[in-house]
Design a protein around this ligand. Structure first.
Ligand code: DGT
Ligand code: MG
Ligand code: MG
Ligand code: MG
Ligand code: MG
Length: 268
């Protein structure tokens, strides 16, 4: 086919192929969720409906896009890890990132009602995205550890802060003053001695965030079949299916990775 004289504009496109052998991480973060949370009456410090909707949307991303082996989310963010050998969209960063962001955003709106019920969605939410490459398993685990440590630090602070306000009767300014300069141990101690709360017994969803992986799950179902001689008969059968499963556990230590050795490929 003859090319039009306009064809040359293609050459203005730049190459954004992600380096081979590296894990490709796409991290999304809610745009201005400080305001979004207020306007949609998110409970403080954690709203389980909002966290559930984030995880549901992330599952939709994993199920609908190819080659995502693990995803980790907390607050208004989710990170998606493509396997290091992926060749999806020829490893073009912009394609991967925009597919993740748009699938996530449309899912967030699509599933809103399942989580928020009568609370209406007041305006269309948006998510920014970035792509980061990690060449080794150590680097990738350290990346995920960094996000989970962020979850821990923020959640401990927010738990202490809102406990002082909601149960201790302090103003938000007083609570901020009170926590200024405190270490983790101080916050744990304050929650324990003043409010009889053991931080370690707080919800793992809030303390650890959500990790999504693919796992083989046995599914049992029963079916009624009609046999020529015996007539109607109930039969049970089990089949193994690959499913996205959610975990609210520590991913900084080795245990999680030892229990799920299939997530990462060997460094070569
Ligand atoms: P950005 O990301 O620069 O566009 O701005 P933000 O406002 O999204 O800031 P970011 O992402 O650093 O912080 C997340 C905000 O989302 C933070 O202000 C608290 C809010 N948020 C996230 N999850 C919850 C929740 O479960 N409950 C409440 N009340 N707020 C939440
Ligand atoms: Mg931000
Ligand atoms: Mg945000
Ligand atoms: Mg954020
Ligand atoms: Mg097209």
């Amino acid at each position: 086919m003859a090319k039009s004289k306009f064809e040359y504009v293609r050459s203005f496109e730049t190459d954004d192929t992600c380096l081979r052998n590296c894990y490709i991480v796409v991290r999304l973060d809610g745009r201005n969720f400080h305001k979004f949370a207020e306007q949609h009456n998110f409970t403080k410090p954690n709203d389980d409906r909002a966290l559930g909707l984030m995880a549901r949307s992330a599952r939709s991303v994993m199920e609908d896009l190819e080659d995502i082996v693990v995803a980790y989310g907390q607050s208004d963010e989710f990170s998606f890890v493509f396997k290091r050998s992926t060749n999806w969209f020829k490893r073009r960063g912009s394609k991967l990132m925009t597919h993740v962001a748009s699938q996530f955003s449309s899912s967030y709106v699509f599933y809103w009602k399942e989580y928020f019920g009568e609370q209406p969605l007041l305006y269309p939410p948006g998510f920014d995205g970035r792509v980061v490459l990690y060449p080794t398993n150590r680097n990738l685990k350290d990346y995920l550890s960094w996000r989970q440590a962020d979850c821990h630090i923020n959640n401990l602070y927010n738990t202490a802060f809102w406990t002082l306000v909601q149960k201790g009767g302090l103003s938000t300014a007083q609570a901020e003053d009170r926590l200024n300069g405190t270490l983790s141990a101080d916050k744990n101690e304050m929650l324990f001695s003043e409010f009889n709360m053991n931080y370690n017994n707080e919800s793992p969803l809030h303390r650890k965030g959500t990790t999504l992986i693919w796992e083989k799950v046995d599914e049992t179902s029963t079916k009624t079949i009609t046999l020529p001689k015996e007539g109607e008969k109930e039969v049970t059968f089990t089949r193994s299916r690959r499913k996205v499963t959610a975990h609210n556990c520590d991913i900084i230590g080795d245990l999680f990775w030892e229990e799920h050795p299939d997530i990462l490929e060997e460094d070569s």
